[in-house]
Design a protein around this ligand. Sequence first.
Ligand SMILES: Cc1cc2nc3c(=O)[nH]c(=O)nc-3n(C[C@H](O)[C@H](O)[C@H](O)COP(=O)(O)OP(=O)(O)OC[C@H]3O[C@@H](n4cnc5c(N)ncnc54)[C@H](O)[C@@H]3O)c2cc1C
Length: 309
Amino acid sequence: MLPEFELLMPRTLPEALEMLAQRAPDVMPIAGGTNVIPDLRGGRYRPACLVNVAGLPELQGVRREDGVLVIGAGVTIAEVLEDPLVAQVAPVLREAARMLASPLVRNRATVAGNLANASPAADMAPPLLVLDAEVELASVEATRRVPLKDFFVHVRRTVRQPHELITAIRVPLPPETSRARFFKVALRKADAIAVVNGAVWVEMEDGVGSREYGVRSREYGVGSKEYGEGRCRAARIALGAVAPTPIRAYEAERALEGRTLTPEVIAEAARLAAEATRTIDDIRGSAAYRRVVTEVMVQRMLAEVGRME
Ligand SMILES: Cc1cc2nc3c(=O)[nH]c(=O)nc-3n(C[C@H](O)[C@H](O)[C@H](O)COP(=O)(O)OP(=O)(O)OC[C@H]3O[C@@H](n4cnc5c(N)ncnc54)[C@H](O)[C@@H]3O)c2cc1C
């Protein structure tokens, strides 16, 4: 059963921020409610007051702004999936959105809610981490931006203060020579929380490297094209459901930078990515399984970005 709470319905962002300031700390924003409602029913928390931020006009829409893709905090996962700008400049977000929950949930769930909820398995976290996103937080006093890599503190804990609202997620437009992929391993293909999820992103040096490094990808069973057609200038790898928060695998990233993505380089980076995890046993999978899956999936995803045009 739902506990009792007061529900406030602001019509504008300033109104919402005022309500949060007055009621903090015993207040929570609610957007799609796809985490909040089950959690209230399950007794995870009992705030005296909810502020409904769904539909606030200032939080809507996806736009391009001075080299940044700005995703309003009210944007739903379904909207990410359908947005032409996202598809054009950050298709990895679309890949993740497609694998999050079901159409029913995606119609309500927001990207900001997914991040603020801070589940270690949040599907939008790894792609936004590899895209080096920032979270924009507003309060009645100020607005600040926090790199997503510094946003998560622990399971279901972030640096957001109770009187602050996420207003947008800001993604620097990735360079044209960059490529990214998202992966999710779960117990079902749809409507299932990740056993492991993650994303890889590489920026390639144009025209550097050559096919002399090329190794038939048949060895990996992922097609017939060749790897090693350029050197990796920068790399980011993010993993979910393998630590108390979504994480970056920094050592693995360093093992790729300045290198040609040969199978050996990729294998070493995948090994280091698995080493960065702090997996646990739970109902979805054992710690040992999660480590193995992490290594295999990172290896596969890097092989894919290594052979993308
Ligand atoms: C059946 C089902 C399946 C699911 N499957 C998946 C899945 O496959 N992958 C996955 O990652 N998640 C999944 N989820 C979880 C959930 O749908 C997502 O995390 C979703 O993105 C949460 O968004 P929301 O808008 O519903 O957040 P809400 O439930 O409204 O809020 C979640 C948290 O975010 C806070 N919040 C919301 N908006 C803001 C804001 N603007 N500023 C600050 N804080 C805010 C709330 O206070 C709360 O702490 C599933 C949920 C259900 C019920």
